[in-house]
Write a protein that binds this ligand. Structure first.
Ligand SMILES: [Zn+2]
Length: 252
């Protein structure tokens, strides 16, 4: 497909939600499935989650795992939810339950989670620096977010924990393992959008880092990324990468 036409069609789908109409009609639902850019990965053999730290996906693979953190901007959460719904993109969300967008847009996200298209994982309740917390407060941050995820989405978010800011140490990792998170989930590539950057910069970062086997970090915090969803999809598609969430790859 012509690239401009393709990007326009992605933007139109996301903007109008057209692809999600008629969900109650099985015939239309089938037609919708056929038009989506990405489908669930086939023939995956899940690997055991290692103890330690995850930076990239296991083995030689054409998979890519986009991970989206925080959620301080509810409109960006909504945008990612619609992008996933309309394109079939698979994403791991590292949620801070304190951010209201995870509650406001549960109606969009919950069906995706129930279909196993997205994985909702733990990023602590309120984005605490775990390396500075007592054991009791660390457990509170983890458990309170689990309680939120369970109530809102029917999942605890285990076994994937990304410590805010990537701050961890031996004590934190050991306690997280005791709490049900044997592997600290880091990343090896970034959209560079933890601060408010121009959309074009995000595309540059994506172009550099969205390659086979990487776990890439992005954020649902600033609106800039919502302007370049089409470009992100096109980068993944043009490189023949297969988007996965972490629960697709690891036995959970
Ligand atoms: Zn974060």
């Amino acid at each position: 497909m012509d690239r401009r036409l393709f990007l326009t069609s992605v933007a139109a789908m996301v903007a109008t939600g057209l692809a999600a109409c008629g969900r109650d009609d099985p015939a239309i639902d089938d037609a919708v499935a056929d038009t989506r850019m990405f489908t669930a990965p086939q023939g995956l053999t899940k690997v055991a989650l290692p103890h330690g730290t995850l930076y990239r996906l296991p083995g030689k693979t054409n998979h890519i795992a986009l991970t989206v953190d925080d959620g301080t901007n509810a409109a960006v959460i909504e945008g990612y939810a619609k992008l996933c719904r309309d394109t079939g993109l698979r994403v791991t969300f590292f949620c801070n339950g304190v951010n209201r967008g995870w509650t406001e847009h549960a109606g969009l996200l919950r069906p995706l989670r129930d279909d196993n298209q997205i994985f909702l994982a733990n990023h602590t309740w309120s984005h605490a620096n775990l390396a500075r917390l007592s054991s009791r407060k660390l457990a509170d941050q983890v458990r309170r977010n689990e309680t939120f995820l369970k109530k809102t989405y029917g999942t605890l978010g285990r076994p994937f924990m990304r410590p805010p800011y990537g701050y961890t140490n031996r004590r934190v990792a050991a306690q997280l393992a005791d709490l049900g998170y044997p592997a600290v989930t880091m990343w090896l590539g970034s959209l560079g959008d933890s601060s408010n950057v121009k959309p074009a910069r995000i595309v540059e970062h994506a172009s550099e880092w969205m390659t086979a086997g990487r776990i890439v970090i992005g954020h649902a915090n600033h609106a800039a990324v919502t302007k370049v969803y089409g470009e992100l999809v096109e980068i993944i598609r043009s490189r023949a990468l297969v988007p996965v969430h972490l629960g697709d790859v690891y036995a959970v």
